[in-house]
Ligand binder design. Structure first.
Ligand code: FE
Length: 139
């Protein structure tokens, strides 16, 4: 984690919405099919909603039917940290933003791509940057 990202809960609470705080800082999970990016198909870069780090690219997003945005791989491997998670009586692999330590979701090995991974990510942890080109002058 970057040293400047060592914020207190109070600082994160001021910066994030209550739902973002619950997911990113308290490892919560949004209810399936309720997140704003479940069906999103816009092109762009999915950034961390807490720190802005580029996490996932729209080209790797796929329809998983799970109710959470799903990706076959991170934008770059270094963007995320994978942590063994034994909570709730399961053994899972938690996905965390490497830059700020924010909880993103979990990764499973039943994905459709060549890597076989399914990154199951909360919409609340993401901020889609559509990289819209500037309007042409005179149009
Ligand atoms: Fe982050």
């Amino acid at each position: 984690m970057s040293p400047e990202m060592a914020k207190t809960d109070e600082e994160w609470r001021r910066q994030l919405t209550p739902e973002q705080f619950r997911v990113l800082r308290q490892k919560g999970t949004e209810r399936a099919f309720t997140g704003k990016y479940v069906d999103a198909k816009d092109d762009g870069t999915y950034r961390c909603a807490a720190c802005g780090a580029a996490l996932f690219m729209s080209g790797t997003k796929f329809e998983s039917g799970t109710g959470w945005p799903s990706f076959t791989e991170p934008a770059v491997a270094e963007a995320v940290e994978l942590i063994k998670d034994r909570s709730h009586g399961m053994v899972r692999t938690e996905v965390v933003c490497r830059n700020c330590g924010g909880h993103l979701g979990h990764v499973f090995d039943d994905g459709p791509g060549p890597g076989g991974q399914r990154f199951c990510i909360n919409s609340a942890s993401l901020d889609l940057d559509t990289d819209a080109p500037p309007p042409l002058p005179g149009v």
